[in-house]
Design a protein around this ligand. Structure first.
Ligand code: 13P
Ligand code: SF4
Length: 369
């Protein structure tokens, strides 16, 4: 997301900081879901965080699903989808990376920067995909399809990645699958994603996945599975977004059910959805949109594209992403500032796991460059 410059965001990270300048900036952003009450209540915390971020030269990566005040702590370059954040993590020189997202994302940053300190605001935040499919599950499937390249979705932990040939995100899965040798691929762990990929690659590659012709258990995203085809049809009706309309668009994330993806006017990663919106706004081709994904994505898009009328589904929040709060971010930075033990916040991995998990991630980055 953010193909348009969010000048104000970057201003707050670069200008002379004070509580007053932070407040002024937050008011200027005019975020649709951040009220003056929120600004008055949280400006002091935002100020403290930005001060410590600067003092310790911390790179603060923020996933598109962060709540607006947390998302805005990251500069434009530090924000993005899983792919953009992995790419950023691969390039940074900063000694500390604080990852505002869920731990599998922070693990990717650690794998790409083993000598750096990678911190997470809440290490207990999970993900229904990563939590329900580990290294043992990959091994079992590999044994069923010997010789078939294993492509693992980035929403997985390092030990599962270590068993795989290549990693992918929702921004590059179809491209990576096409680039892999042979005409078969084993995709894990997301079942809906695998079905969507199968459809995308129909006639070119066979996609194997958990539960398809085997008795292995896969996983789904507990957030995106909430969207049913009937919900999308109801949204089309209630918000008047007819299919194929020139200026009203229904977007869906790759993790949605296949019938939801087929109904959508556009599907992609969180950033690809933002990029399509940016392009349409530039060409004056977007008046109204609904995004079938985590609801803070829509609220952040609402700030970036104020001319677009976004319909929202605010009950669809990822409880794991929601664990990353301003207070927890500040807590990590204060521990760093005081020289306290960082282990409650630090993401660590065994060197041999880092070594093995790095290959599928680096292969993905090479193919995505
Ligand atoms: P993106 O890679 O599109 O940011 O998605 C990550 C994710 O967890 C979606 O639920
Ligand atoms: Fe995992 Fe779904 Fe949350 Fe993304 S939205 S982190 S896939 S549970």
């Amino acid at each position: 997301m953010n193909s348009q410059p969010t000048v104000s965001q970057d201003n707050m990270n670069s200008t002379e900081l004070s509580i007053e300048s932070v407040k002024k900036e937050l008011y200027k952003r005019n975020h649709p879901s951040v009220t003056p009450i929120d600004i008055e209540a949280h400006a002091e915390t935002v100020y403290q965080i930005l001060k410590l971020k600067k003092k310790h030269n911390v790179v603060m990566l923020g996933h598109n699903y962060m709540e607006p005040l947390v998302f805005g702590l990251s500069t434009k370059n530090e924000q993005g989808d899983s792919l953009a954040l992995s790419m950023h993590a691969a390039k940074t020189d900063a000694p500390y990376i604080l990852f505002n997202g869920v731990p599998f994302m922070a693990e990717t940053a650690k794998i790409l920067n083993p000598s750096k300190t990678v911190l997470a605001a809440d290490k207990t935040a999970g993900c229904s995909l990563a939590d329900n499919f580990g290294a043992e599950e990959v091994r079992k499937l590999k044994a069923l399809y010997p010789g078939v390249p294993v492509m693992i979705y980035i929403n997985s932990y390092a030990d599962a990645k270590a068993e795989s040939d290549i990693c992918c995100t929702s921004a590059n899965a179809a491209h990576i699958a096409r680039e892999m040798p042979g005409d078969e691929i084993l995709f894990v762990p997301d079942i809906f994603f695998a079905e969507n990929l199968e459809e995308e690659l129909r006639g070119t590659k066979t996609v194997f996945f958990p539960g398809k012709g085997n008795r292995e258990k896969g996983a789904v995203c507990e957030v995106h599975e909430k969207f049913l085809l009937s919900d999308l049809l109801a949204i089309r009706g209630s918000f008047d977004i007819p299919k194929g309309h020139p200026t009203r668009v229904l977007y869906a994330h790759w993790e949605c059910r296949p019938e939801v993806l087929q109904e959508a006017d556009f599907y992609g990663s969180t950033s690809q959805i933002g990029q399509d919106i940016a392009k349409r706004v530039e060409e004056d081709r977007l008046e109204r949109a609904f995004v079938a994904s985590e609801c803070e994505l829509t609220s952040n898009l609402g700030q970036e594209f104020p001319t677009v009328q976004f319909s929202t589904a605010c009950s669809v929040r990822c409880s794991h992403m929601a664990k990353v709060t301003l207070d927890k971010v500040l807590n990590v930075l204060q521990a760093l500032d005081k020289g306290d033990d960082l282990s409650p916040h630090e993401v660590t991995l065994m060197p041999e796991v880092i070594e093995r998990a790095r290959t599928p991630i680096e292969r993905m980055l090479e193919l995505s460059a």
